[in-house]
Design a binder for this molecule. Structure first.
Ligand code: AMP
Length: 223
C-alpha cells in the first residue's frame, strides 16, 4: 500500500506511522526524519535546511523533493510506504504525483488525522523520542506516557529520551500557522481526487490505530 498521513504537527502521524510499519510491513518515510538525519550528518543540504526547521517554516521544496525521490527509489519502498510529513504544500503534492506516476505506483489512500487545535500544543511540548530507537512518547499526556521501565529494543537499556529543538511553544505556534496556510489545502486537493479519508485522531492511540486501519481497509482490499 502507498499511503500519505496528513495532519497538523502533533496530530500523531509519527506514532501512527510506526504502528502501521508493524502492521503492514512497509517503511515509514518521514521527511522530518530525513531532514534531521541529514542535519545530524552535517550534509550541506541538512545545514541548508536548518534555519527553516529551527524557525518552524517549510524547508525549500527542492531539498525535500530530492530527499524523497532518493528514498522512494530504495528497494524497500517498492512494496509500499507510509509518507509522514510529506507532502506539505500543493507543489510537493503535484511533484509526488508525477514521481509516482513515472514509477507506475499511484497512491492508494491519504488519511487525514483530525485533532482539536487546543490539544496540539500540550501534545507537542510533552513529546519525547528515544535517541536510539526513535520511539515516541509523551511526558504530559497519559495516553502515550513514557514508561521509564521499558527497555529500548536497540540498546536493551532504558530509552534515552530527548526533546526536538523545534518542539518549543514559539516554534510550534509558527508550525501550526504554516500548516493552516500551506498544508491544509491538501485536504481539498486529495478529497477532490477521491483519495481522502478523515479520522478522529483524539484519545487513546490504540483506538486511533483501529480507526486508521478501518479507514485503510477499503484501499487494502483493492490492492
Ligand atoms: P516534522 O518532523 O514533520 O514535524 O518536520 C520538522 C520540520 O522539518 C518542519 O517544521 C519543517 O521545517 C521541515 N519539514 C519536514 N517535512 C517537510 C516538508 N515536506 N517540506 C518542507 N519542510 C519540511
Amino acid at each position: 500500500m502507498r499511503i500519505v498521513l496528513l495532519g497538523a504537527p502533533g496530530s500523531g502521524k509519527g506514532t501512527q506511522s510506526q504502528r502501521l510499519v508493524q502492521k503492514l510491513g512497509i517503511p515509514q518515510i518521514s521527511s522530518g526524519d530525513l531532514l534531521r538525519a541529514a542535519l545530524a550528518r552535517g550534509t550541506p543540504l541538512g545545514l541548508q535546511a536548518k534555519a527553516a526547521m529551527d524557525a518552524g517554516r517549510l524547508v525549500d521544496d527542492s531539498i525535500v523533493l530530492g530527499m524523497i525521490r532518493e528514498r522512494l527509489s530504495e528497494p524497500d519502498a517498492r512494496a509500499g510506504f507510509i509518507l509522514d510529513g510529506f507532502p506539505r504544500n500543493l507543489a510537493q503534492a503535484q511533484a509526488l504525483k508525477e514521481m509516482l506516476t513515472s514509477l507506475g505506483q499511484p497512491l492508494d489512500a491519504v488519511v487525514q488525522l483530525e485533532v482539536d487545535y487546543r490539544e496540539l500544543v500540550p501534545r507537542i511540548s510533552g513529546r519525547r523520542s528515544c535517541a536510539d530507537c526513535g520511539r515516541v512518547c509523551n511526558v504530559l499526556t497519559a495516553a502515550q506516557a513514557c514508561d521509564p521501565a521499558e527497555p529500548c529494543p536497540k540498546t536493551g537499556k532504558p530509552h534515552r529520551l530527548v526533546q526536538r529543538p523545534d518542539d518549543n511553544e514559539a516554534t510550534v505556534t509558527e508550525r501550526l500557522r504554516v500548516y493552516d496556510e500551506q498544508t491544509r489545502p491538501l485536504v481539498e486537493y486529495y478529497r477532490s481526487r477521491g483519495l481522502l479519508r478523515s479520522i478522529d485522531a483524539q484519545g487513546d492511540p490504540d483506538e486511533v490505530t483501529r480507526r486508521l486501519t478501518a479507514a485503510l481497509s477499503p484501499a487494502r482490499s483493492l490492492g
